[in-house]
Design a protein. Structure first.
Length: 231
């Protein structure tokens, strides 16, 4: 925002003092600070409170932030010009110009964040399971993971830590995890309610009642749909 307004002096911004007596440097800094505070608050304080589990919700979220930014920036602009620009043509101009400024940084930050997260996970050899809002996260090495179990609107992750069996609860779904870890060798569906780590299967027990996977301290059922994959 600062670069666009002060360095490039875009959108025919007035370079002399405004009616309120503020120079271009102060006004550009104020607009930049306002936008920074808006996106900082939205990203780190408000976003974790919402479930952005689909692309549509993600796009709507940033459209809402941008719309809020348009209105706040329009009010700040009018403050600098003693409220002489409170008319629709001026407002509609902000509806066009403000999204152009913030769109590219939003896209770049989103792509860079996802790329860095994937690179970090790959580098450390960790599997990262996250809740729908991204606030609750569990990082674990594949060899310590046993299985995941669906529990209503949550997923229970069973793993070993310091030779002790642990359970971590995440507000997400097995389907969501499957989509995030498509064709991952350490996650295989065996039941509508279970995903197992096949490398930790000690034995496969087949009885008249069905198939079970023995995983040290656990016995995980296999539904008829997936029996052929294991037997």
């Amino acid at each position: 925002m600062f670069i666009v307004l002060y360095v490039y002096k875009a959108y025919n911004i007035v370079q002399t003092d405004s009616l309120s007596g503020h120079g271009l440097l102060f006004r550009a800094s104020a607009h930049a600070l306002l936008t920074s505070l808006l996106f900082f608050t939205a990203e780190f304080y408000l976003k974790p409170c919402f479930n952005l589990d689909t692309k549509a919700k993600f796009v709507f979220w940033y459209m809402a932030i941008t719309f809020t930014g348009i209105n706040l920036t329009f009010l700040l602009f009018n403050y600098f010009w003693n409220w002489t620009e409170l008319y629709w043509s001026s407002y509609l101009l902000f509806c066009y110009e403000y999204p152009l400024v913030v769109l590219i940084p939003i896209v770049i930050a989103r792509l860079a964040g996802r790329k860095n997260e994937k690179a970090k996970v790959a580098e450390e050899g960790m599997m990262v399971f996250a809740s729908e809002n991204g606030k609750n996260r569990l990082s674990i090495k594949p060899q310590y993971l046993y299985y995941l179990k669906s529990a209503d609107n949550y997923v229970e992750v069973f793993y070993i830590l310091n030779d002790e069996i642990k359970k971590h609860l995440l507000r997400t779904s097995l389907k969501q995890i499957e989509e995030e870890f498509t064709d991952h060798p350490h996650l295989v569906r065996c039941h509508r309610s279970y995903i197992v780590n096949p490398t930790n299967i000690k034995s496969i027990v087949q009885t008249s009642k069905g198939v079970n996977l023995n995983m040290d301290h656990f016995n995980v059922p296999v539904s008829k749909t997936y029996e052929a994959d294991f037997v």
